[in-house]
Design a protein around this ligand. Structure first.
Ligand SMILES: N[C@@H](CCC(=O)N[C@@H](CS)C(=O)NCC(=O)O)C(=O)O
Length: 342
């Protein structure tokens, strides 16, 4: 049996943080004859509100209006030696409502007693087959975009989205291309900086991260690329970038040492884009989810705690700033948005 890495050990021996591939990769389908057919009350999404990957799925569940269709089960956001726990604190349930588990790992072992991977969130659970369908956020959000549409009212279906969906056929090549470099250097890039344990490993990731933020800023200034990344409707690319950038100034900048620039001070386009989403400035359907799924205190505390664990430092002084956690959406910005929305 392969030696399992301790839960708290994030970086490999060479000081580099390498995220491991998710292991459950099945798909929920519209097709009633499928192995995992889309049905009301059949699936549960396990997550915690600290994790940016889980945040994608939480956000899409709300944007798509799936709150009554897919159960949400929240655990705590502090990673312990035993993995994620149900703590009853800060939005976590006291215990797992389906099986009474107190650790997320128990769910993984219920699905597969021989499981050897990490116990990650998000985890999409099938209550009928009592197994994990999928634990890879990028795949879960695609299922949520499309596969439950027959159970939703017309205005929430992909056909009602201004582009024909959050991941529309005609934009796929562009979205895929952006996902690739944004994932590597931004979404995961912040972790590669934050969890690096050597100067060299950190330095090899911090410059590519800011090169990509510069590139995104440029992108937003090009015609047809605002107020959102691909024009006047939110796509998957916005969702995937949002969960990283909403944590950036309050957590990654300071705690993960991603501090060559700040979104609010150095990136006017990205800052406006972020605030437009957070404050639902462009009136996205169910867009209040961009704000309601965010908890800045959890980000400040959670990432500090994660760093503290890595450095074996229990002395937790939570940084007060930057204040405010996110800046308001000024009137001037609103007129820019109105302009692009017509
Ligand atoms: N590829 C996965 C990554 C998920 C992931 O790494 N989640 C983190 C929380 S932010 C986790 O659960 N880590 C626990 C561990 O690695 O032990 C996805 O996007 O769904």
């Amino acid at each position: 049996m392969a030696e399992k890495a301790p839960i708290h050990k994030h970086a490999d021996a060479d000081g580099q943080f390498r995220r491991k591939a998710s292991q459950f990769r099945n798909t929920i389908s519209k097709d009633p004859g499928a192995e995992f057919p889309a049905e009301k009350d059949r699936y549960a999404l396990y997550l915690n509100i600290g994790c940016p990957w889980a945040h994608r799925t939480n956000l899409v569940r709300s944007l798509k209006g799936l709150d009554d269709i897919i159960q949400l089960i929240t655990c705590g956001f502090e990673l312990t030696k035993e993995g994620w726990l149900f703590t009853g604190e800060h939005g976590s349930l006291e215990k797992d409502p389906l099986y009474g588990f107190t650790k997320l790992s128990e769910l993984y072992y219920k699905a597969d007693p021989q499981y050897e991977g990490r116990f990650t969130v998000p985890t999409l659970w099938d209550k009928k087959k009592e197994t994990i369908v999928n634990n890879e956020s990028s795949e879960i959000i695609r299922m949520l975009f499309t596969e439950f549409d027959d159970l939703l009212p017309e205005p929430l279906r992909e056909s009602a989205h201004p582009f024909g969906g959050y991941y529309p056929e005609k934009l796929r090549p562009e979205i895929d291309a952006m996902n690739e470099w944004v994932y590597d250097t931004v979404n995961n890039g912040v972790y590669k900086c934050g969890f690096a344990t050597t100067q060299g490993a950190y330095e090899s990731h911090v410059t590519p991260l800011f090169d990509s933020l510069d590139r995104l800023e440029e992108h937003l200034h090009q015609p047809g690329h605002h107020p959102f990344l691909f024009g006047n409707a939110v796509t998957e690319a916005d969702i995937r970038l949002y969960t990283t950038l909403v944590r950036f100034d309050v957590a990654y900048h300071n705690i993960f040492k991603c501090n060559l620039k700040m979104i609010r001070h150095d990136y006017p386009g990205l800052s406006r884009w972020l605030r437009t989403l957070y404050w639902n400035g462009a009136k996205v359907k169910n867009g209040q989810a961009f704000k309601d799924t965010v908890d800045f205190w959890v980000y400040k505390y959670g990432y500090l705690k994660a760093k503290g664990r890595q450095e074996q430092d229990d002395n937790l002084i939570i940084p007060k700033g930057p204040l405010p956690d996110i800046q308001p959406l000024e009137k001037a910005d609103q007129s820019v948005i109105d302009f692009f929305m017509v």
